[in-house]
Design a protein around this ligand. Sequence first.
Ligand code: CP3
Length: 380
Amino acid sequence: MRFNPAIGWPAGRLRVINLEAGTGVFLVVDEKAMNSEALHNSSFLRACRRERTDYTPIWLMRQAGRYLPDYRKIREKHAFLEMCKRPELVTEVTVMPIEQLGFDAAILFADILLIAEPMGLTLDFQEGYGPSLSPAIRTPGDVGKLRSVEASESLGFVFDAVRMVRRALPYQTPLIGFCGAPFTVASYMIEGGASRRFQHTKSLMYSDPETWNILMGKIACASAGYLNGQIDAGVQAVQIFDSWVGCLSEEDYRHYVLPHTQHLISALKPGIPIIHFAADGGILLQAVRDLGADVLSLDWRVNLADAWAAIGYDTAVQGNLDPVVLCCDRPTIINAAETILERAGERPGHIFNLGHGILPDTPVDNVRILVDVVHEHNGA
Ligand code: CP3
C-alpha cells in the first residue's frame, strides 16, 4: 500500500510506524485489526471460550454502582433513570471501575427493567424502595396491551451508550451487555415491583398458563431484539440475569420458564458468548445447563467444584463469592477467594465474580484486595 499525500491513510486505521527516508516505503499497521485481536484474546473472552489464560479474569456484578465514591458523587446530581438515558454519564460510570480497580471486563451501566417502558409500563426508581412498574400486568387484557418493542427506536439511547463506551474503554477490555431473563422481568411486571413470595406471578403462571406463555413470549422477543441491538452496537458478551427464578422448583422451571429463556437465547446473533445467571439457582443447575449458555454464573450457595463437575466442563463458570465477604477483613477476603480459585482447579473457563451484586457499603479497598489476589494466583 502506498501513501498518497493527496489522500493520506484512511483516518484512524493505519499508522506509519517506520519510514525509510527517501525510499517512499512505509511499514504500516492496521490498528483496528490489532485492537480487535487484542480484544478477542483478552483473558475474559478467552475464559468464556474455555481457552487457557495467563491469569483468572475478574469482574463483579454491579461493579458500576454505589460502592464507588465517584459514582455516588454523580448520582447526587442525577436520578438513576436519567443516568441510564444519558450516554455520556453511562460511559463515565461504566469505565470508572475499569480505570479505578483494573477489572478484566466492563458491564454496561443500564438496568434490566428499561425494556418495560417501551412495552408500555411506567418505570420508577424511588430512593430506598427499589424499582416500581405500573400498571401491574395480571390479566389477559393487560398482557394483550403490551406493545412489541422496536428496540432501535425506543432503546436507541442504550445503543448510543454502547458505542460511546466502546470508544472510551481500553481497546483490550471487553464490554458486557445484558438483559433480564423473561421470568425475572415478568415477575416485576406482574408484582409491580420487588416481591418476597411472588404470589401474583406464580398465581398467573399456575392458573392461566396460556396468558403466562403469551407474556413470557412477548418479553423474550423484546429482550432478543434489545440484546441484538447491543451486539450490533459493539458489546463483546451478553449476560442474562434471572434474579428471582430461585423461587421455583426444577420441574416448574423446566415447564414454565426454560422454553422462553431458550427462545431468547436461540434468537441471539451468533459468535457472542452468552452468560446466564440464576440467583439462588442451585437446584436448577441441571435445567439451566440445558439452556446451552456458554458461561453459567453461580451464587455462593453451591460449592464451585461440585457445581462445575455436575454442569460439565464443556461450560465455563463464573461467580460464587458471597458479596458479604467483601465487607470483611483482609485475611477473610484472601482466604475465601483462594478457596474458590482452588476449587476451580486451574481449569480453563473460570471467570472470577461474586455470587450476586456487590453491596453498596463495600469498602473500595477490599475490592482492590480481591482483584490482586485473583490476578496474582496462577492463571487457569
Ligand atoms: O452490574 C453493573 O454494574 C451494571 C449495571 C446494572 C444495574 N442493574 C445498575 C443499577 C445491572 C447489570 C443491573 C441489573 C439488575 N437490575 C438486576 C439483575 C441483577 C440483580 O441484582 O439481581 C435487577 C434485579 C435489577 C432491578 C433493579 N435495579 C433493582 C432491584 C434496583 C434497586 C437496587 C437498590 O439497591 O436500590 C435497581 C437500581 C439499580 N440498577 C442501581 C444500579 C447501580 C442502583 C441505583 C442507584 O440508586 O444508584
